[in-house]
Design a protein around this ligand. Structure first.
Ligand SMILES: O=C(O)c1ccc[n+]([C@@H]2O[C@H](COP(=O)([O-])O)[C@@H](O)[C@H]2O)c1
Ligand SMILES: Cc1cc2nc[nH]c2cc1C
Length: 353
C-alpha cells in the first residue's frame, strides 16, 4: 500500500516555469498598469504554472465533500451532536446544504464521499469509500491504525483520479464531520509544533468553558499518542481523522494529475499540511480560497506558505469557501483570454523614465 502512495508522490512534478513566465508576460501586455489586478495576477500566474498554459480554462469543476465521524466527540468538544454528520450527508445528497447552493452558482458538481461516517448511508450518488465507522477517541489512544490512515489517503487519491478521468478540470476540497476541528487542530499542533492553545478554535461555536476543555483534550491526545512530527501518516493515524486523511490523498491525486485543487477552510488546511509533508511539491497545486474564522487557520496558511483570496469570516466548511472562489478563478481565466493588449487596443504603455 505504501508503494501505491510512493508511486503517486513520484508523479508530482514542480509547476511549469515556462508557463509561469508566459503568464507574467501576458499580464504585463494587457491594458492595465502592471500589477494593478493585485492578487488576481498572482492567481493567474499560479494557475498557469499548474495547468501548463497561460490561458487556462476549467470546464468541469468538482467539490469533493469527505464525510466522517470522530470518536473524540465523546469528550464534548463540539457544539453539535455527532449524528449531525450523517444527517448533513443526507442534506448534501438532496442538494440542500450551503455548498450545494454555492457549487451550483459556481458551476460545480458536489460529490459526497463516505470515508468514515458512523451510521449507514445508501444513495445512488454516494461515493462509498468507508474505511471504518468513525475514529476512536484520540484522547484515549490512537484515532485509527496506520494502515487505516493509509487506506483513507489512498481512497482520496482514487477519488481524485476518478474525478479527473470523468473530466474534472479543477477540484475543491470539502468536508463534513462533527468534531473535526479538534482533530485538525491536533494535526496542526503535531506537524508544526504549535501549542494547542494557539491552534484550537471554537468550531461550530462552543463557549469559553468548552473551549478550555477542547484545548485540554487536544493536549492530552498529543501527550498520550506522541505523534511523530516527521511522519505525516503517523500524525494522521494518531490524532487525525478519516476525512482529513482522505482530503490529503485527494490533494496528492490532484497534484499528480496536474489539476488545481482549491482548499476550503481549517480542516482542508490540516489535510494540506499533511499532503505538503508527504510531498512538498504538491503545494504548487493548491489554491487557498479563504481565511476561515476558525482560530489557527491564519497560522496554518502561513505554515503552508499560501495567501488566501477571500477573508469573509466563513467557518462552515463543506467546501463553501472553495466554491465561492470559483468566481474569482473564472474571472482571472477570462482576464487572460479576453482582455485587450496595449498593442491590440492601440493604448500607450507606461512612460520610461
Ligand atoms: O472550514 C472551517 O474552517 C470550519 C470551521 C469550523 C467548523 N467547520 C465545520 O464544522 C464541523 C466541525 O466543527 P466541530 O465544532 O464539530 O469540530 C465540521 O463539519 C466542519 O465542516 C468548518
Ligand atoms: C448544521 C451544520 C452544518 C455543517 N456543515 C459543515 N459543518 C456543519 C456543522 C453543522 C452543525
Amino acid at each position: 500500500m505504501i508503494s501505491a502512495l510512493e508511486e503517486v508522490i513520484g508523479r508530482i512534478v514542480p509547476a511549469d516555469e515556462q508557463a509561469i513566465l508566459r503568464a507574467g508576460d501576458r499580464l504585463n501586455s494587457l491594458t492595465k498598469p502592471p500589477g494593478s489586478l493585485g492578487r488576481l495576477e498572482a492567481l493567474a500566474v499560479r494557475l498557469a504554472g499548474i495547468s501548463g498554459v497561460e490561458q487556462p480554462s476549467y470546464g468541469k469543476r468538482t467539490v469533493v465533500v469527505m464525510a466522517a465521524d470522530h470518536g473524540v466527540c465523546s469528550e464534548g468538544v463540539s457544539a453539535f451532536p455527532q449524528e449531525v454528520t450523517v444527517q448533513m450527508a443526507h442534506n448534501f445528497l438532496s442538494g440542500g446544504a450551503a455548498v450545494n447552493v454555492l457549487a451550483r452558482q459556481g458551476g460545480a458538481e458536489v460529490k459526497l464521499v463516505d470515508i468514515g461516517i458512523g451510521g449507514d448511508l445508501s444513495h445512488p450518488e454516494l461515493i462509498d469509500r468507508k474505511v471504518r465507522r468513525g475514529t476512536c477517541n484520540m484522547a484515549q489512544g490512537p484515532a485509527m491504525s496506520r494502515e487505516e490512515a493509509l487506506r483513507a489517503i489512498l481512497a482520496g487519491v482514487n477519488v481524485a483520479e476518478e474525478a479527473v478521468k470523468s473530466g474534472t478540470e479543477i477540484l475543491i476540497t470539502g468536508e463534513m464531520g462533527i468534531g473535526n476541528t479538534t482533530a485538525s487542530a491536533a494535526v496542526l499542533c503535531a506537524l508544526e509544533g504549535i501549542p494547542a492553545e494557539t491552534a484550537v478554535g471554537r468550531g461550530t461555536g462552543i463557549d469559553d468553558e468548552r473551549l478550555r476543555h477542547k484545548i485540554a483534550v487536544v493536549e492530552r491526545a498529543l501527550q498520550i499518542n506522541t505523534p511523530d512530527p516527521d511522519d505525516a501518516i503517523d500524525v494522521l493515524a494518531k490524532v487525525g481523522g478519516l476525512e482529513i486523511a482522505g482530503l490529503a490523498g485527494l490533494i496528492l491525486g490532484a497534484a499528480a494529475a496536474r489539476v488545481p485543487v482549491v482548499l476550503d477552510g481549517f480542516i482542508s488546511g490540516a489535510a494540506a499540511l499533511a499532503a505538503k509533508a508527504l510531498a512538498p511539491e504538491s503545494i504548487h497545486y493548491m489554491i487557498a480560497s479563504h481565511v476561515s474564522g476558525e482560530q489557527g487557520h491564519k497560522l496554518m496558511l502561513e505554515r503552508l506558505g499560501l495567501e488566501a483570496l477571500l477573508d469573509l469570516g466563513l467557518r462552515l466548511g463543506e467546501g463553501t469557501g472553495g466554491a465561492l472562489c470559483l468566481h474569482l478563478i473564472e474571472a482571472v481565466c477570462r482576464i487572460m483570454r479576453e482582455m485587450a493588449t496595449f498593442e491590440s487596443a492601440g493604448v500607450s504603455g507606461a512612460e520610461s523614465r
